[in-house]
Design a protein around this ligand. Structure first.
Ligand code: DC
Length: 224
């Protein structure tokens, strides 16, 4: 199996790039943030503080998270319910980020992720894919961009979904989430030593995709 790990902060364009790379190579795209979001949604729905380690850990046995694939891509299921659309709100983003700092949550979602990479060639995006989940991935990309560019991208995405948000608020959220994701003790966001850093600020999405594809083809060799 061949695995491409794409890590980086929120809004750097990981999912758009990963999706396009997966499509070009015929790989399965795995959006791991959606798994943390599903857990976050469960906690919000049940009034459980997403940062409360004891409460969240106690709730985990009641939670199931699964992935499915349709024409339009990855779907995520929370206790059997398709929550693919519902997990894309700023509230769920913050809850996902908060609960993802809890080691039991990371352990809970670990084998779902490694299982995908055992069965399929994958492009997997997240925060700790190259460092923790798939340390043997054949290609590791750390995709970055300035907080301002990432906040702008998030605003455009949410606007396109019909839920416009304030830019200043989004920028503050991005910065807060960066801090939460980078400073946590459990699998913090950082570039793997053997990763290639790609700064998407001066690049178009196509350029990012071409860069990753070039590196992937190099590593797959002539028969890949
Ligand atoms: O990529 P995203 O914005 O959908 O991720 C939501 C949150 O989930 C993010 O703030 C941190 C967490 N996350 C994580 O800790 N590890 C991952 N591999 C993916 C996401």
């Amino acid at each position: 199996m061949f695995a491409i790990a794409i890590d980086g902060p929120a809004g750097a364009g990981k999912s758009s790039a990963a999706k396009a790379v997966a499509q070009a190579l015929g790989f399965v795209y795995v959006d791991t943030g959606a798994l943390y979001r599903a857990v976050g949604l469960y906690l919000l729905r049940h009034g459980i503080g997403p940062g409360s380690e004891a409460d969240v850990t106690a709730a985990l046995p009641r939670i199931t998270v699964d992935l499915g694939y349709r024409e339009d891509g990855q779907h995520v299921f929370l206790c059997g319910e398709d929550v693919t659309g519902e997990i894309r709100t700023p509230e769920v983003s913050m809850a996902a980020s908060a609960c993802s700092a809890i080691p039991a949550v990371r352990a809970f979602l670990f084998s779902l992720q490694t299982g995908m990479a055992e069965r399929y060639d994958v492009v997997m995006d997240g925060r700790d894919i190259g460092t923790v989940v798939l340390p043997n991935a054949q290609l590791k990309i750390f995709l970055t961009a300035s907080p301002e560019a990432r906040a702008e991208r998030r605003c455009r995405e949410l606007e396109a979904r019909g839920t416009p948000v304030d830019y200043a608020e989004t920028l503050a959220d991005v910065i807060r989430r960066d801090r939460q994701d980078t400073e946590r003790a459990a699998a913090p966001l950082r570039a793997a030593e053997d990763s290639v850093t790609v700064d998407s600020d001066p690049m178009t999405l196509d350029e990012v995709v071409e860069t990753v594809l070039g590196l992937a083809r190099e590593r797959m060799g002539p028969h890949g």
